[in-house]
Design a protein around this ligand. Structure first.
Ligand SMILES: *Cc1c(COP(=O)(O)O)cnc(C)c1O
Length: 345
């Protein structure tokens, strides 16, 4: 089985398992876990922020950021297809009590212009608009990258409107590798950033939220309130410390996604926009098959390749460290054969 559903299916390496077994631990709610303290220190340094917080999931990291930046009743501006809008169970309204202003295509094209269009001054009718959330790479955009120049322009514009900017950087290292820049150049254009250790970087669990010292002090308290105060969690942080060294290898995932995209773009019945395959995510439009993406993915799984449907006509394939170039070539053949079987049964 070649599992291309997500980079979350990556398994901890032997090196990680050994480090987890040997980790020196303590009670992290008391701030006494040396391995967690080390992970937070090194993460802050790499990501270019004053302080960092280890959180169980990216979702909790995003939600803590929203809680920390806003007050109940505030409005936050997000892309309508962002992870925060689509896949976090409405948590921003559940916990922070904020209103999501969801903007179509916010993250592509002229983001500044769309930000100005969405922003409104607070008055007797309008809530206080407080936060802009970016997502880089943009998952549902097909893992597309927001270039550095755009990040700079957007951050400047947001600050001009007195908005905070939170970066959902679940895959920010995929963005920096694709752009060939230091991740810090991207993250200097936001007030807070979340990134996942548990995706392409290969840790079994965990994400990092980073920002100013003051922000992280407040965030730490919200993490406790959300039930995320963990005890001897250095056993997980130990794997995270190794994950932080894995950014360079993401270029292999990008090459594999590119290769798969090249194969699939020539298959009749599938549409793949090669210009959008910039990192490790590939979206294939299967409208040409006259079949729901859910059933297509079901058939594909029986043939030996796993993918996920992201809408009724789009299937998503994600490359990661468990899949090699050979797997990609095999997967391409399996997909091609299935498609031709569907078209000429
Ligand atoms: C995976 C992901 C998250 C959330 O991470 P979890 O650890 O699954 O909660 C947030 N944002 C984006 C863009 C993601 O891809």
């Amino acid at each position: 089985m070649i599992d291309l559903r997500s980079d979350t299916v990556t398994l901890p390496s032997e090196e990680m398992r050994e480090a987890m077994a040997r980790a020196v631990v303590g009670d992290d709610v008391y701030g006494e876990d040396p391995t967690v303290n080390e992970l937070e220190r090194v993460s802050a340094e790499i990501i270019g922020k004053e302080a960092a917080l280890f959180v169980p999931t990216g979702t909790m990291g995003n939600q803590i950021a929203i809680l920390t930046h806003t007050l109940r009743g505030d409005e936050i501006i997000v892309d309508e297809l962002s992870h925060i809008a689509l896949y976090e169970v409405g948590a921003a309204s559940m916990f922070a009590g904020v209103q999501l202003r969801t903007i179509p295509n916010l993250l592509e094209g002229d983001t500044v212009e769309k930000l100005y269009g969405a922003y409104r001054e607070s008055n007797i009718h309008a809530p206080r608009c407080r936060l802009l959330c970016l997502e880089n790479t943009f998952n549902i955009g097909s893992g597309t990258v927001m270039p550095l120049k755009d990040m700079r322009l957007v951050y400047k514009a947001a600050r001009g409107l007195s908005l905070f900017v939170h970066l959902d950087g679940a895959r920010i290292f995929n963005a920096s590798i694709a752009l060939g820049c230091d991740v810090k150049e991207l993250t200097e254009n936001c007030d807070s950033v979340m990134f996942c250790l548990s995706k392409g970087l290969g840790a079994p669990v965990g994400s990092i939220l980073a920002g100013s010292k003051e922000f992280i002090n407040a965030a730490r308290k919200y993490r406790k309130a959300m039930g995320g105060g963990m005890r001897q969690v250095g056993v997980l942080a130990a794997a995270g410390l190794i994950a932080l060294k894995m950014a360079e290898r993401l270029s292999v995932d990008h090459d594999n996604a590119r290769l798969l995209a090249q194969h699939l773009s020539s298959v009749d019945g599938l549409k793949v926009d090669l210009s959008r395959v910039q990192t490790n995510i590939l979206l294939a439009d299967i409208s040409g098959l006259n079949m729901d993406a859910g059933s297509f993915v079901g058939k594909l799984s029986k043939a030996g390749v796993k993918a996920v449907p992201v809408s009724s006509r789009v299937a998503r394939f994600v490359t990661h460290k468990e899949v090699t170039k050979d797997h990609i070539i095999q997967a391409s053949t399996i997909i091609k054969n299935l498609v031709s079987h569907i078209l000429t049964p």
